[in-house]
Write a protein that binds this ligand. Structure first.
Ligand SMILES: [Zn+2]
Length: 256
């Protein structure tokens, strides 16, 4: 999947963690009461197991992002299986939970790889908007490029691009730059979208793991307790300013 089913909604997640070089990023998400989907690299989970445990206790969803972060379609069937299975095993060992979703590094996937993932009960999750944050400093990509990518997503949201279905963003926990950029842009995304949710919430997938010990809220349960701004609690797909333009008879209840 690459689009979020719910309108005016952003499917929010971060690839390439865990990265425990500091706690500021997870602290920020907690402070904002914002859950996300963390697509973890297996070898990083070995390096930073407590960060993975914190993600679960902070209410984030954990998905697989392979063991060694290579092009998956270049691997044999056995290698694809190993990349996914060993990552599932280390996440299980560290958190007690078996993920049911994965994202291919660099979006490199085909029907063969997708089939192997599906046999491991892993749903393939892609994206629709790429921040290109991980490429900052590479091949001519600069901080300004990344900011422009975030701005384009905000503008698309403001233009009504997501009034019938939501977006999924690709962003990274990779390093201090990508995490700082995510923090810096969060308020802009929160102003432009009505809802920012982890992927399982976007899908109303209340059991994100094989184990039933952890449940996640449905989309409507989540948005009832995670309001981004006034107006996000209306049941309208129209922007809040449109509701403001109506007369008082039928809009007053939406403006509370
Ligand atoms: Zn990645």
């Amino acid at each position: 999947m690459a689009w979020a089913p719910e309108p005016r909604t952003l499917g929010y997640g971060f690839d390439d963690g865990p990265n425990c070089s500091h706690n500021a990023f997870y602290d920020y998400l907690s402070q904002k009461n914002q859950a996300t989907t963390m697509f973890y690299i297996g070898s990083n989970v070995i390096d930073w197991p407590e960060e993975a445990q914190r993600a679960v206790s902070d209410g984030h969803e954990i998905c697989v992002h392979t063991w060694s972060h290579r092009y998956m379609t270049a691997f044999t069937n056995e290698q694809v299986f190993a990349e996914l299975w060993y990552t599932m095993q280390i996440i299980k060992l560290v958190t007690g939970l078996t993920p049911t979703c994965w994202r291919p590094p660099l979006g490199d996937v085909d029907d063969r790889v997708r089939f192997i993932a599906a046999q491991l009960n892993l749903e393939t999750i892609l994206w629709r908007y790429n921040s290109n944050d991980w490429e900052n400093g590479i091949g001519g990509v600069t901080n300004a490029t990344v900011e422009a990518n975030y701005a384009a997503l905000v503008q698309a949201a403001n233009n009504g691009t997501f009034n019938t279905r939501g977006a999924i963003i690709l962003a990274h926990e990779l390093n201090n730059y990508t995490m700082s950029t995510a923090i810096e842009n969060y308020p802009r995304l929160a102003a432009a979208f009505d809802y920012i949710v982890p992927m399982c919430v976007a899908q109303n997938k209340t059991y994100p793991y094989v184990e039933t010990s952890v449940t996640m809220p449905t989309f409507s349960q989540y948005i009832a307790t995670h309001k981004l701004h006034a107006g996000a609690d209306t049941d309208s797909n129209e922007p809040p300013n449109k509701a403001n333009a109506g007369n008082d008879d039928n809009t007053s209840s939406q403006l509370q």
